[in-house]
Write a new protein. Structure first.
Length: 441
């Protein structure tokens, strides 16, 4: 519950001067009305570890005993390091009730701040008109100044929750298809596929559904997403702009709320942008490509990792859609190349970081694929251009979306349980080297 603000750091330096003898009984009782439904408010505070973001301390708090208690259950212990790194508090969730929307906590003693006999209670109570009364009550022994400091910290906690909900973008996950098949290589799994209304995303959505998964078809074009979802078993859909981090987090949270967990996330949304020599590359085009392909993919990856590490049991698969362009130098497409190369690096680093948490992160790197968009383009260009495109890879021809979808299914299934941090190239030997007559020959 320590703030990173400099003024609060100075407060810590001040309270350390007190001796253990100065410990009178203190009491705090503060409340705030938040203009949002109680379920929404409770959702922001119910997790004893994740709520630390509202104290500004997400990077200072860790789940100290994950093998003993979940982060949203009694018995959870969080370790909170002070901003200067010199001290830490061990805070224990002593009781937790989703039904009553309340939790209690205590602070282990002795500690560096002279806090003893601490008992705190946080509640979320529904009011009329869709409002919520949040309340913090605490009693403890502590040196002078600590009670005012703690009251200030919890006032900030409630304000952060209020501000977060006010800015929140709600993404609805709506049913469209028939019941999930319940059998297959990803049976009973819950999957989200972004950029799923056409092309590779659509093909991946279809194959995951055919193999038993419940699939949330997410796309900026919600009408097209609904059409795909309606046509597959276990199909749901959502309108999603991946460049909006709040919308991405809302989609992840709503999917987890509706189905209990998220097992598979296919990070597929992307754009190619203009093909222009780098020295003349328009800055707005660069920014647009990076916003979707890199920032948007990061937002999806970040939200997926957060959900997959907190759900019980932990784990899941994130499949990032890169490209052969991210593995080799290509002319006149610098934004796309940079974004896809960076996504490979993100895949590798997060695969290592989350390996012990049961999360696999894998990248697919397809060559040019015969999507409807590419097919239309090829019909419009001269025959010699079409011939060159069909000779791009050492293997003759061009893969179709189903070829990529089958690789995606494998990567997301238990058949690939030992594959993480890898880049699966679907390229007809393009990355293997050069041989005439293909485009690298």
């Amino acid at each position: 519950m320590w703030s990173t603000m400099a003024v609060r750091t100075r407060a810590f330096q001040f309270v350390r001067c007190f001796t253990a003898a100065a410990v009178p009984k203190r009491h705090i009782d503060l409340a705030k009305v938040i203009p949002a439904a109680s379920d929404k408010v409770w959702g922001e505070m119910r997790d004893f570890v994740r709520q630390m973001k509202h104290f500004g301390l997400a990077d200072k708090a860790t789940h100290f005993n994950p093998d003993v208690a979940d982060s949203d259950a009694a018995g959870c212990v969080r370790k909170v390091v002070t901003p200067d790194g010199k001290d830490a508090l061990m805070e224990v969730c002593t009781a937790h009730s989703d039904a009553d929307k309340t939790f209690t906590l205590t602070v282990e003693s002795p500690n560096a701040f002279g806090i003893e006999d601490y008992l705190g209670t946080v509640t979320s109570e529904a009011l009329s008109g869709g409002q919520t009364l949040v309340r913090f009550q605490a009693s403890f022994k502590a040196p002078d100044g600590i009670d005012g400091f703690i009251a200030d910290v919890y006032s900030g906690f409630f304000k952060s929750i209020d501000d977060t909900i006010a800015k929140e973008v709600t993404v609805e996950v709506e049913s469209a298809g028939h019941a999930a098949l319940g059998k297959g290589k990803v049976s009973n799994k819950v999957a989200i596929v972004t950029g799923a209304a056409q092309g590779l995303g659509e093909a991946i959505s279809r194959i995951l559904a055919a193999e038993g998964a419940t699939v949330v078809v997410a796309d900026m074009n919600s009408a097209a997403a609904k059409k795909v979802a309606t046509d597959i078993p276990g199909g749901f859909f959502a309108g999603l702009d991946v460049t909006n981090s709040n919308a991405v987090e809302s989609l992840m949270a709503e999917t987890a709320r509706k189905f209990g967990r998220v097992d598979i996330v296919v990070n597929n949304a992307g754009i190619a942008g203009q093909q222009v020599p780098t020295h003349a590359h328009p800055l707005d085009n660069w920014q647009a490509v990076i916003d979707v392909n890199l920032n948007g993919s990061f937002y999806v990856l970040r939200a997926a990792l957060a959900q997959m590490t907190l759900q019980s049991p932990h784990g899941g698969v994130v499949l990032n859609m890169s490209s052969t362009v991210g593995m080799n130098g290509w002319s006149n497409i610098c934004g796309y190349a940079a974004s896809k190369g960076a996504l490979i690096s993100l895949t590798r680093s997060t695969a290592v970081e989350y390996a012990t948490k049961g999360v696999r992160v894998v990248a697919l790197a397809p060559t040019v694929v015969m999507t409807p968009l590419v097919e239309g383009y090829m019909k419009a260009v001269p025959p010699e251009k079409r011939k060159a495109m069909m000779s791009l890879n050492p293997m003759p021809g061009m893969p179709v979306p189903d070829d990529v979808a089958k690789a995606a299914l494998f990567a997301c299934s238990d058949d690939a349980k030992w594959i993480s941090g890898s880049v699966i190239a679907i390229d007809g030997a393009y990355n293997a080297g050069s041989a005439s007559p293909h485009a690298r020959g």
